[in-house]
Write a protein that binds this ligand. Sequence first.
Ligand code: OOG
Ligand code: NI
Length: 469
Amino acid sequence: MAGFVSTDRIRTLFTEAMSRMYRAEVPQYGTLLELVADVNAEVLATDTALRSRLTRAGELDRIDVERHGAIRLGTAEELFTIRRLFAVMGMESVGYYDLSVAGVPVHSTCFRPVDQAALSVNPFRVFTSLLRLELIEDEELRAEAAEILARRRIYTDRAIQLIERHEQAGGLTEAEAGEFVSQALETFRWHGEATVSAATYKRLHDAHRLIADVVSFKGPHINHLTPRTLDIDAVQARMPERGITPKAVIEGPPRRACDILLRQTSFKALEEAIAFAGESGATKGTHTARFGEIEQRGVALTAKGRALYDRLLASVRGEVQVGAAGAKAGDYDSELAEQFRELPDSWSELRTQDLAFFHYSATPEGIAAAVSETLPDDVETLIALGYLGFDPIVYEDFLPVSAAGIFQSNLGTDQQQNYATRSNRTAFEEALGARVTDELDLYAERQARSLDAAIGLLGLAGLQLKTVA
Ligand code: OOG
Ligand code: NI
């Protein structure tokens, strides 16, 4: 309807506002952004091929813009409302991640744009976790935590009104969008005053540091933001030069010629001064929650490629366990590189072996040839003739093992505990009030649509991929 701004615009306003707020709240994050910008500029100065690819894709101006952030929620109602809040910005729940298997008592999803067009305007996403209180063993503590959480209101009244307005009217005007962003920001803001006493905080903290982080505050403060880097190894290596302490290893796949999935690393969460609630006035304490992260994305893997990735990663982790202080980090990196030699490192092998998703397009030569002749009705032949091209589809989601690594390094690695529990996607979806979209379906659809469109342009129809199974 006329007069409404696009959800893409609201998401962009929100991303910019979050970045400003977080830089002001966590100065070390600003330092990380400067390092990322310097490294990106250096890479672009030497890698002219990359520079022109990014220029063609219209991505050069937005290189240093944040790609994701994360929050941790306490209750089903909070999750239900966050879904509606993110919908105002065109973000939907994609992917279910059970982190209890890695000793983190949460399950999570990613709220993100789904359409290709929306992703290219601004791919900002939020890794959103819901605390699983049922994993607190101590019944009394569990009840107390639930009661504390039930009392808090993490959304402003005006934010709720504007969400409802968006749902009923189908959009927001520019003025409403601006107001919505500043109201929504309140939910993500840091509060230095805990809502609990020092004693309660300690009991929550002893159960799990993450439980203290979720339960003790007025709201789900954004715990990190993550810009994109063009060379994650360089940023990791150079963090100490700027007085930043990186986590011991980069999560995800090793450095490769053809990037796959997601590589990410963070600086260790900062110890920050907080005040506990007390009958005789506030008492001082500290809390560790907030950090900065960087990411580098590669091609999305098919179920088959992902199974191979998971197997290789599991064998690396079986061989080398990195210690709390980073012991064996070097062994881990070499083992990772060694094991991953089994995963082909060329676009063409990744494609023909059905390991990764690609976007197909008709080449100018193909379109010209289609005018004068009937082209062979076989995808591989069309590719060999140079009539059909393919480009990697970028992985837009997260990796549970990596996410657990990011959580762990920011919670202290002494927290390793495994919960003997099943994952509970049904409970998560009930709380969310919607189904979680399966990320693999999105990539498969995109690949299939691109192939249909491309072969249509070549004057053919209904061709199937015949990749090696
Ligand atoms: C989220 C950690 C996961 C990522 O990039 O995998 C994450 C958190 O610490 O709340 O952000
Ligand atoms: Ni993250």
